[in-house]
Write a protein that binds this ligand. Structure first.
Ligand SMILES: *Cc1c(COP(=O)(O)O)cnc(C)c1O
Length: 345
């Protein structure tokens, strides 16, 4: 039986072209700044994001952590969504390692934080309060459905932050999905942002790594912070070489993942047991909910689907998540729909 793995786009493996590039990558010691592939990747990434400089980091989690630690001092406050990755899935690192105080605001169904909520959260200058230093947005917003935040919204939040002497960091783990979905140059989403992290290791299929981008001064501080966290890597060009292939050849094809996510949603929508309380996919994530008449909760359905060779995640008592990626082809979509039909029958 073919296994279809829709748990996440992080399960993607390096393409043959990446393995080829990795095998032949010229390398140097990147802590000395001497790895040619790392340097090329950082330049290419910064160029794509419209920023002065980039820093190759082992993970998106470390990229976000470094950004927060550079933008904030101990005791400072960072405003972020309560459904955000930094709040939910980064092991509390900003507090444990940076002493940074998270101020969460409700993520709206469209992934945004209300402008009024942000304004209300910014602290007045008063010794009783922590100092508001940073706003974090996530684009695409994972737990809200892989939804896209518009460039107008992101840039408005940046201007608001700057008006209050604060910074904006964009967790752009899947910002290329946003760019492809709206057919807008990725730069437009982060034009006014002070920093952005994006992942090479998700839909772009590279084995490891993310790039943090920002001003030259910011990246200088970020490089020291990466070293402090133990993230300074030596002959990392073997990984960066795959990242370069990812940036060059894996971005435009994300449209296929979005098409297949839509096809999955359309097919699942025809089953009486399924509805889409979170809306239909805008990018590569499908969040079907189980209607009351379906016997068994999401975790039980996950187990049954696995016996049909289809791996998905349970994200709530009666909700599943399916993420499309380069290793999910049209036949895999069909296999998935057939498995759901059988399991829900
Ligand atoms: C995956 C992800 C990250 C972190 O990336 P890792 O490389 O897994 O640490 C950050 N933000 C979002 C929205 C993500 O989906």
């Amino acid at each position: 039986m073919n296994i279809v793995d829709l748990r996440s786009d992080t399960v993607t493996k390096p393409t043959p072209e990446m393995r080829e590039a990795m095998a032949h990558a010229e390398v140097g010691d990147d802590v000395y700044g001497e790895d040619p592939n790392v340097n090329m990747l950082q330049e290419a990434a910064a160029d794509k994001m419209g920023k002065e400089a980039g820093l190759f980091v082992p993970s998106g989690t470390m990229g976000n952590l470094i950004a927060v630690l550079v933008h904030c001092q101990r005791g400072d406050e960072a405003i972020m969504g309560d459904k955000g990755h930094t709040f939910s899935f980064e092991a509390g690192g900003i507090s444990a390692l940076g002493g940074v105080f998270p101020h969460t605001l409700p993520n709206q169904a469209d992934g945004t934080l209300r402008i009024d909520d942000i304004l209300g959260a910014i602290r007045p200058d008063d010794v009783h309060h922590p100092v508001s230093k940073l706003v974090i947005l996530e684009n695409t917003q994972n737990r809200c459905g892989g939804v896209v935040l518009s460039k107008e919204y992101s840039n408005e939040v940046a201007k608001l932050a700057h008006h209050h002497d604060m910074k904006l960091h964009v967790d752009g783990a899947r910002i290329f999905n946003a760019s492809v979905a709206l057919n807008i140059n990725v730069k437009e989403f982060v034009k006014e942002a002070d920093s952005v992290t994006f992942c090479l290791s998700k839909g772009l299929c590279a084995p490891v790594g993310s790039v943090l981008c920002g001003s030259r001064e910011f990246i200088g501080k970020a490089r020291r912070m990466r070293k402090m966290l133990g993230g300074g890597m030596r002959q990392a060009g073997v990984l960066a070489a795959a990242g370069l292939v990812a940036l060059d050849s894996m971005v435009d094809r994300l449209a296929e993942d979005h098409r297949r996510a839509s096809e999955l949603a359309q097919g699942l929508g025809k089953l009486t047991g399924i509805h889409f309380e979170m809306g239909l996919p805008q990018t590569n994530m499908v969040f079907p909910s189980l209607r009351a008449e379906v016997n068994g909760n999401a975790a039980e359905i996950v187990k049954k689907l696995a016996t049909e060779g289809v791996k998905v995640s349970a994200v709530a008592e009666r909700r599943l998540r399916l993420v499309t990626h380069a290793w999910v082809d049209d036949a895999a979509v069909q296999q998935t729909l057939n498995a759901f039909k059988k399991v829900l029958a």
